[in-house]
Each structure stands twice: as C-alpha cells, then as structure tokens.
Design a protein around this ligand. Structure first.
Ligand SMILES: [Zn+2]
Length: 247
C-alpha cells in the first residue's frame, strides 16, 4: 500500500471511532436526560402521595425501575424537601454507587417487587389510613365490590408481617405480588405496582378507597361477596379495556 493509501485508512478509522464516540456520548446524554426526568417524576409522585394525605408524615416511599436497578426516595427527608438530586439510584444487587443519600429503609421490598414483576415499572408504598386499619386487623379485602379487580385479582390479601426493611419482608412482598398488583401488609400498610408512576399512585389511591369502603361495609355486618366467576369476567374486561372505561 502506498503511503497515501495508508493515511487514507487511518483517516477513515479515525472518523469511524469519532462517530462511535459521538453515538456513545449521545447515548450517555440521553440516559442522563431520562434519569433526570425520572428522578423528577419520582420526587413529584412522592410529594403528590404525601400532599394528598395518602401516607402520613414521612411514611411511605416511591420508586421507579431504571437502568438495571431503580430510583427510590431517600430515607429521613420530608417529602416537601426532596428534589431530583435526593432520589437514590440502587443497583439490582442492592448496592448504592457513588456518593448518594441513603435510600428508603424499605428499598429491599421495592427491588423484590421488580424481580417478581418484570412487567411493572413503578412501586408506591403507603401507610394509608384504612389500608392500615384492615392490615392491622388481618382482614384481606374480598370481592365485596367489582373494583377490587383493579388489583389484577379477585381479592387484595394481607401478606404476613415481617420487620420493616428486612429481607423476610421483601420475600413476602415478592410472593404476594406474584399474581396481583397490590397487597396489604400486616401491621404495616399497602403496596401498589404500576407500569408507570402515575399508574402506581392511582392504584395506591384506589386501594385506600376500597379499604375505606370495605371498613364501612364491615361496620354494618358481614359483607356479600361477588362470585369468583363474575370477578374473572371483570378482571378480563379490565385487561382489555382498562379500568377507566368501566368505572
Ligand atoms: Zn412502610
């Protein structure tokens, strides 16, 4: 090859690596933009949860699946004070890279929920009043109303108690959510999943509404419950048309 030809090859190679570098930089920038948008969305969802009175004080937490792990609200900060930078990225193995705030003490069951439900992208956990009342009384929510099907199943069970933040609780959450999108947690609260943050928050609200309604039904007397065959029809309808079309 002539000297000129060699130089040409070098130039082409240099151009190719520049293009590669350029697309890598673009991908990194897009990733950073997505991350910032999601950090803002997690903080906004947590604030909306708190302001609506769904979870008192600093209780409850919110996360979204991201980059092989998740972005989750930090521990110890009031929701009014949480900004996008305070949201913590946690790897799938539970490690927290770099210098970040400490994640919510309940991060383990968030990760467990994502492992159990690869189809879900967001988790909202609350200590909402009526969900807690039923969870403390050990009362699962049966099909007293057709809207119970928003959970993706014909009831909303109470999963067994385990210490907050423990691996045992993460395991019980994972098994409770294997075939539904929401559960009550004994002596603790409620957990709701969504493909997106707004979906998870809406479901958390819906679970609280159902818990309040069911608590009132219980005060009158033993509830009438819809047959399983009817609930299966509703669950199917929800799958095809979405809950809004029917409610
Ligand atoms: Zn909690």
């Amino acid at each position: 090859m002539s000297k000129r030809g060699k130089n040409k090859v070098k130039v082409v190679k240099a151009k190719a690596s520049k293009t590669k570098k350029g697309s890598k930089t673009r991908a990194r920038k897009a990733h950073a933009r997505d991350e910032l948008a999601l950090r803002k969305a997690v903080a906004a969802t947590a604030l909306a949860m708190s302001r609506s009175g769904l979870s008192p004080g600093r209780s409850g937490n919110v996360s979204a699946r991201f980059g092989g792990g998740m972005l989750i609200t930090p521990t110890g900060l009031a929701y009014e004070d949480i900004g996008p930078k305070d949201i913590v990225f946690v790897n799938a193995d539970g490690s927290v890279p770099g210098k970040q705030r400490q994640p919510s003490s309940e991060w383990q069951f968030h990760l467990a929920a994502y492992r159990a439900r690869p189809d879900m992208g967001a988790v909202v956990h609350t200590h909402s009043m009526h969900a807690v009342v039923l969870a403390c009384a050990g009362r699962s929510i049966p099909a007293f109303h057709y809207m119970v099907a928003v959970s993706g199943n014909s009831d909303i069970p109470v999963i067994p108690y385990a210490t907050f933040g423990s691996e045992k609780l993460a395991n019980t959450v994972a098994s409770g959510l294997a075939d539904r999108r929401a559960c009550l947690m004994a002596h603790h609260g409620a957990i709701a999943l969504g493909e997106t943050l707004p979906e998870a928050l809406e479901l958390a609200h819906e679970i609280e509404v159902l818990a309040e309604q069911y608590t009132k039904v219980l005060a009158i007397g033993p509830p009438a419950v819809l047959p399983e065959s009817e609930m299966q029809i509703v669950i199917e309808q929800f799958k095809h048309y979405g809950q809004k079309a029917l409610s």
